[in-house]
Ligand binder design. Structure first.
Ligand code: SF4
Ligand code: SF4
Length: 330
């Protein structure tokens, strides 16, 4: 892959110029670090990964699927803003790849597809793990980006990963020079992110240690909200009581950790027990998705551990299952 060079002191200038042609989204520190619309490149911070994933720009928290009036249905115009996302880490880039599999390749979802179509993904390589909960190195992540920025003290090496990425470097060619080199495998390795010792959990289904997590789980759903790959949703209709033939059908994020999520007609609840829901999340992330799509869904970002109010570390629980330890989690 082609590798270009961008001087660090020119990064903000480059992004401020990009901002004139695109909506620019990057990590910003407010109360927490989150992906936000950038007004000046100086707002961007790259020391910590975003607490919230970038998925809400593609798989929105709430989406109006259509409006109805009696039997007449109107589908809103799909949003296809030209956006450049800067500062996305390797885990989150792979999470977008996994959500593309579900929403584009499998479901052909026009809302998600439109949001993704005009987006450019500019990654930022982690030279060190941004959080002690990261374990992306234990999973089979791949290169997935339009451009990837490797931080090299006074400059960035910028790897071109797609035709879209190439077109951006051509459009803004005054900022780039040819680096005359390639990025080595070693440079792509992130130290200290191999925490998960065993990702094949098929033989653990009946293990007693699931209780270490399930017993202190609050079923709050923070883990799935913060997860860049989770994609459970529910659909409901909103109508005005004064005129109930008019309304909107909406899709909203939901969570497999909520008991209501598995309640079906006839009032049957498929996963009534908290332990079943807790286990289901981990099995979906590490096993079921792979059985269906050939790749693990989890990308090892660690957000579900960092953001859990009782700090349930499922990686530690799985490691203890593997190693036969049974002390309490916490
Ligand atoms: S964030 Fe923690 S407490 Fe809340 S549902 Fe997830 S695992 Fe349970
Ligand atoms: S399951 Fe947890 S570690 Fe894996 S991608 Fe989701 S939030 Fe990140």
């Amino acid at each position: 892959m082609q590798v270009l060079r961008l001087e660090k002191k020119r990064l903000n200038h480059f992004l401020n110029v990009v901002k004139k042609g695109f909506e620019l989204i990057a990590p910003v520190k407010s109360d927490l670090v989150r992906f936000s619309k950038i007004h000046h490149a100086e707002e961007i911070q790259l020391t910590k990964n975003s607490y919230f994933p970038v998925k809400e720009y593609f798989f929105r928290k709430e989406e109006t699927l259509f409006q109805f009036e009696g039997t007449r249905i109107t589908v809103p115009a799909y949003e296809a803003k030209k956006r450049v996302f800067f500062g996305i880490r390797r885990c989150d880039l792979n999470a977008i790849k996994n959500q593309d599999i579900v929403f584009i390749r499998d479901m052909g979802d026009p809302y998600y597809k439109a949001a993704r179509e005009n987006s450019y993904l500019l990654g930022y390589h982690c030279n060190t793990a941004p959080s002690p909960y990261c374990f992306c190195g234990s999973l089979d992540l791949v290169d997935f980006f339009d451009l990837m920025f490797f931080d090299k003290e006074d400059h960035f090496l910028v790897e071109v990963g797609s035709e879209k990425g190439k077109s951006l470097t051509e459009k803004y060619q005054e900022f780039f020079t040819d680096s005359q080199r390639l990025i080595t495998r070693n440079e792509k390795t992130i130290p200290g992110v191999h925490r998960l010792e065993n990702k094949d959990i098929s033989r653990f289904y009946d293990h007693q240690d699931w209780k270490k997590g399930a017993d202190i789980c609050l079923s709050c759903g923070a883990c799935t909200t913060l997860c860049p790959t989770c994609y459970c949703f529910e659909i409901h209709d909103e109508v005005k009581t004064a005129d109930p033939v008019k309304g909107e059908r909406k899709r909203e994020w939901s969570s497999c950790q909520l008991q209501e999520f598995t309640r079906v007609a006839g009032d049957h609840i498929f996963r009534k027990e908290r332990e079943d829901r807790f286990k289901h999340r981990i099995y979906h992330q590490l096993q079921y998705f792979k059985e269906k799509y050939g790749v693990q869904m989890c990308v090892g970002c660690g957000r579900c551990i960092e953001g859990c109010p009782t700090r349930i570390d499922f990686v530690r629980i799985l490691n203890e299952m593997k190693n036969g330890k049974t002390e309490n989690n916490g």
